[in-house]
Design a protein around this ligand. Sequence first.
Ligand code: ARG
Length: 396
Amino acid sequence: MNVPGYRDQPTEAWDPIAPVDPGEAEDFLRRCYTENPRLGPVEPRLAVVRAQIAATGGYVHTTDELTYGAKMAWRNASRCIGRLYWRSLVVLDRRRARTADEIFSLLVAHLQFAGGGGRGTEPPKALGAIRPVISVFAAAQPGQPYARVWNEQLIRYAGYRQAGGGCVGDPRQVGFTAAMQGLGWRGKGEAFDVLPLAIETPAEGVRLYELPDRAVLEVPLSHPEYGWFAELGLRWHAVPAIANMRLTVGGVQYPLAPFNGWYMSTEVGARNLADADRYDLLPVVADRLGLDVSRESTLWRDRALVELNRAVLFSFERAGVKMSDHHTESARFVAHLRNEEKAGRPVPADWTWIVPPMSGALTPVFHRYYAEMDLRPAFYLDDDAASLARGCPHAG
Ligand code: ARG
């Protein structure tokens, strides 16, 4: 196994995991069994779980419970516009994996399957037919350290701070990239170097793994009309896989439960490649377009933004990689709101995240308010997970 860096001692900072709250366990199980009559009556199951919690401080989910709990966590994710398909989440039960090597090979399998390739539980699809997938690793035991991945996503591009103050690559990853270099990793120093995975287990410390090409589906960017666009040498990865959020289901904590959906184009075209503190490409695109950038009122930023987003959508479509645009995804979210209302369930939503970062008022999700609620099961980003992803293991 290729290990380009490691440190044997475990990290100091671990957000302590609380013991299972029996009330939360009961609330989840009742909901889970009510929404899934085929699971049978909940009372006998509750008796078993209560006894398990009393004896051990925790309990073990059945695969059905884990599967539905993960889907509910997606359904409750108030920042996600893509929740219409929450029932279709593919849940891979990886609770038996222990070593960093085992975890790594299952993460590679996750990425291959999510990208439409590899072998899985469904009939094989074509490469690029992105599937929403979550891999759930072992539950944390209260008060004990647990396996985790430091990366914020399974696939991210390195960012290298330059002597002059500039940056090559993704400025968001500068801290994490430096931490990987501190552990012995060396990147090519280019704009789209895929970062290694930093997998930490209590027994082994942290180990770095280089992702194989088959796990990293990427799309080179070109524009439907402007030939020069391809010369910019831009690309983006096809699978956004959040790696450091903790899944909590019925009081049980799963600190390693990476999940992915497919991209909405604005995430790449209006944020990752456009934000001034990310790839900051609007001035570059505006220059090639020959726009008048001397005054804001020429709306050169807006015009460059549209062309950048057209390039992203065009390129993914041409490559056969699933991606949605913000109009389509907004309409789907409205359909989701309707479905859930019919089912008698509230939909927690965060307006500031749901409304797309360009042309907000052109989409129906702009023109209304949403309920904000912290419903469980849910995904949370712990403080120490956030600091690890910034490359600061001690910040806490
Ligand atoms: N916005 C993040 C990114 O650009 C990904 C967040 C999750 N997105 C998704 N479509 N599931 O990488």
